[in-house]
Design a protein around this ligand. Structure first.
Ligand code: PEP
Ligand code: CO
Length: 457
């Protein structure tokens, strides 16, 4: 039996609404506060999306990852939409994550913690509060939790009813994911269940089938040797995460539960604080100081050592294991110089942290014809550098954070099929950031394994 973690110590001078006394960035402005109040009151009475024991189990697994015994794969859409809350999109995204994790478990010889960026990834930070087109200025689109992307006054009006729809879509997604996982969809005996039709035409097909075949073989071998069917090989766990941006939504889903002290944010297992809302004295940091979930912090190029140390002390004053995940997203051209001082700063606090790399958000660019894109080569380069820099600094890259989809989109340039700028016009579907398509995502998981192997890690 594993030693259970000590519970996180209660935060001092914290209340469920103490964040309201701090400046809260990236919040929509609702034209009728009483309408928002009615929606959050209704939301606070709805059932939660996850449970405290699942959250504690993730925290235990993240503590093991901090100790070098697990690798984290976190991935999904930049922004989910209510329209895409459908079975095909949800199942395909799950399949890609399962396939990638299979490649990683096999190649890294380490258990993988699977965390979806789904079932609640509906709120987006924006660089400006408003958008102007042809002389008309309207509120920016802030994700389906807040408003709709069409450029009309009605669509862009922040609508509190969307908080309830966001909760309902998250619940439907969760329900389907749980049913698929429990029903054997993720059974390690049958990787063919998660095959996507495209795979047979892919340049990566042989390598994936070799890995899948080896795993099936190992599973059967283990069962023969032990004379039983280990239950844990029948299913795999999936955790959920989203950027915890919309604080009235998070507050309404943060609860106390029977027989446990403290507060759990039951909107997701793993909320993270985005780069634009990670101020030390800001409302998001204040809110997450008081919840018991493991919490992620995005670490961008603007964050210096003192700021990072302050955040770590604030959010994990008692240096508890499994509590903090630092998600660096510095960019392929900045990581080599930017990361070492941050690693040093985190070490100096004495807090255990898990470092994971988001190679997407520091590598976004615009093409000449106006598409927001990312080059696969830059994504690969940032990830490979991350693995190397951590090793050189006596640290360890403990996971990856990716924007991806199980669909055949053309949003990022490059990869095994060598997509070009020209291909972007074919299947560019994202409302916010460009995602890796299924094939680019699977390829990246193979490259992560290869890099570890080439460094003897
Ligand atoms: C995101 O993860 O979609 C995002 C907005 O990231 P960041 O906060 O790192 O910019
Ligand atoms: Co994004």
């Amino acid at each position: 039996m594993k030693e259970p973690l000590k519970p996180i110590t209660p935060a001092k001078n914290w209340r469920l609404d103490s964040w309201q006394e701090k400046p809260a960035g990236q919040q929509p402005v609702y034209d009728d506060p009483s309408e928002l109040n009615r929606a959050t009151t209704a939301l606070a009475a709805r059932p939660p999306l996850v449970t405290s024991w699942e959250i504690n189990s993730l925290r235990q697994q993240l503590a093991e990852a901090q100790a070098g015994k697990r690798f984290v794969l976190q991935g999904g859409d930049c922004a989910e939409t209510f329209d895409e809350c459908n079975s095909t999109i949800v199942a395909n995204r799950l399949k890609v994550l399962l396939q990638m994790s299979l490649v990683m478990v096999h190649g890294l010889e380490t258990p993988v913690v699977r965390i979806g960026r789904f079932a609640g990834q509906y709120a987006k930070p924006r660089s400006a509060n408003t958008e102007t087109r042809d002389g008309l200025t309207l509120p920016s689109y802030r994700g389906d939790l807040v408003n709709a992307p069409e450029f009309t006054a009605e669509a862009r009006r922040p609508d509190p009813q969307r908080l309830l729809r966001g909760h309902a879509c998250s619940a439907m997604t969760m329900n389907f994911v749980r049913a698929l996982v429990d029903g054997g969809f993720a059974d390690l005996h049958h990787p063919e269940y998660w095959d996507l039709g495209w795979l047979e035409h892919s340049p990566l097909a042989d390598e994936f089938h070799r890995v899948a075949g080896n795993i099936g073989h190992s599973v059967r071998f283990l069962e023969t040797v032990t004379g039983q069917q280990p239950g844990s090989l029948r299913r795999v766990d999936f955790f959920t995460s989203h950027e915890a941006l919309h604080l009235p939504y998070e507050q309404a889903l943060t609860r106390q539960v029977p027989r446990q002290w403290g507060w759990f944010d039951l909107s997701a297992h793993f909320p993270w604080i985005g780069m634009r809302t990670a101020e030390l004295e800001g409302a998001h940091t204040e809110f997450f100081r008081g919840v018991r979930n493991p919490v992620g912090i995005k670490v961008g190029p603007g964050m210096d050592s003192d700021w990072l140390k302050g955040l770590i002390r604030h959010l994990n004053p008692d240096n508890e294991a499994g509590r903090l995940v630092l998600i660096h997203r510095l960019g392929a051209d900045k990581i080599a110089d930017g990361l070492p001082p941050l690693i040093k700063a985190a070490k100096a606090t004495g807090s255990p942290v898990l470092w994971i790399c988001d190679p997407m958000h520091g590598n976004t660019e615009k093409t000449a014809n106006g598409y927001k894109t990312r080059k696969f080569a830059n994504i690969q380069s940032e990830l490979e550098q991350a693995i190397e820099v951590h090793a050189e600094c006596g640290s360890r890259l403990g996971g990856v954070h990716l924007e991806l989809t199980g669909e055949n989109v053309t949003e990022c340039i490059g990869g095994a099929r060598e997509l070009t700028e020209h291909d972007l016009t074919r299947a560019y579907k994202t409302t916010v950031d460009p995602r890796l398509n299924y094939e680019q995502a699977l390829e990246l998981s193979m490259l992560i394994v290869r890099k570890h192997q080439s460094l003897g890690l």
